[in-house]
Design a protein around this ligand. Sequence first.
Ligand code: FAD
Ligand code: DHB
Length: 395
Amino acid sequence: MRTQVGIVGAGPAGLLLSHLLALRGIDSVVVETRSRAYCEARQRAGVLECGSVQVLREAGLAARLDRQGLEHGGIYLQFGGKRRHIDFRDLTGGGTVTVYAQTEVVKDLIAARVAAGGAIEFEIGDTEVSAITSDRPVLRYTSPDGTRHEVECDAIVGCDGFHGICRDAIPAGARTVWEAGYPYAWLGILADVAPSTDELIYCHHPAGFALHSLRSPRVSRLYLQVAPDEDIAKWPDDRIWDELQRRFALPGWELTEGPVLEKGITPMRSFVSSPMRYGRLFLAGDAAHIVPPTGAKGLNLALADVTVLAGALTSLLAGGRSELADAYSDACLERVWRATHFSWWMTTMLHATPGAGPMESQLQLSQLRYVTSSRAAATSLAENYVGYRPVAMPG
Ligand code: FAD
Ligand code: DHB
């Protein structure tokens, strides 16, 4: 088999890349270990920056997003018994974010690829990439019927997430990795109940962080800070709601409870691997970098990487010019480091570090009072949240 771009992973990065390349006349093959149903149901992120919405719109992928996405012009920060609003529209000259679940982004992308006759192979195994320093790298995999395939490509893109195989195909001596862990995790629930709030609430509490998000006017998404090794079996629904009630409590406001549809625990990590390109192997999204979820950057970074990469690969493969491909890694890493800092800053401002003592909490409260009272500080949070330097769609 032969294709121009072999793409490993059918998450948001791999799927959007394959669509953007097809729009520019570049063919690709996407291979994915999981089933289509699994990819479409995996609960993850929920907030799109305005630049991400713009990219999806310009690529003709936003029909359902424009109908069902919920535009939000701010967030609430809750701390010390107060809830303060950060007004993104006012602070950033009209900037907003859109609440639209990653599950829906993935469904829309898969539907668009299938409708266009794009090649996506689900439930494959034994993915291998080789000859990545040549201009004919090879992608090998085994399809569900046991057939081994070999695809000769012009370039291979690892969109295979943090646990994928592509990053490790770059020799250890040719890359640098930065990594930091956090002494907590998030327990997330999806609940069949109308959100109790009009905007997301990020809540600082001595017992730990809590976040009230949503998926639709009838479905809520809520998160609680828990221990990194927390056992989900120890969190029956009643205990989760009791803890959410305790952390969000505010006189005159009520958190409405409902049936829990799904629950899970997400570990937290900051991770950056550089460079994001080695020969004809490119990395995009979680394969190259991970941020803790506070600030909702992971999905947006993945979409931004492949938007830049689609232009670079088109220029390389259709135009024979390597400048954009050569600039890809540095161009993306600048945005990645901004989001890595912002996510770390939001995380450490809002979570209770086990054993940290009362000094940490006073410093966090001071920072929270500052970002909710100084226009300069609030603007910094707002411009990072809606997306600092929104990515432009390459020509
Ligand atoms: P992924 O979505 O991870 O896609 C990678 C794909 O590659 C997967 O489908 C995987 O099955 C496939 N794959 C892996 N190995 C192979 C292989 N060897 N061969 C073929 N295919 C392979 N971000 C936020 O902004 N907010 C959140 O609340 C949030 N919650 C999250 C919760 C969890 C549990 C996780 C893991 C992430 C969360 N994120 C969140 C991060 C966000 O979801 C990711 O940044 C985003 O999914 C990145 O997209 P991606 O396409 O790069 O990677
Ligand atoms: C959601 C996740 C986040 O990490 C965040 O900061 C805001 C919202 C969500 O899943 O809705």
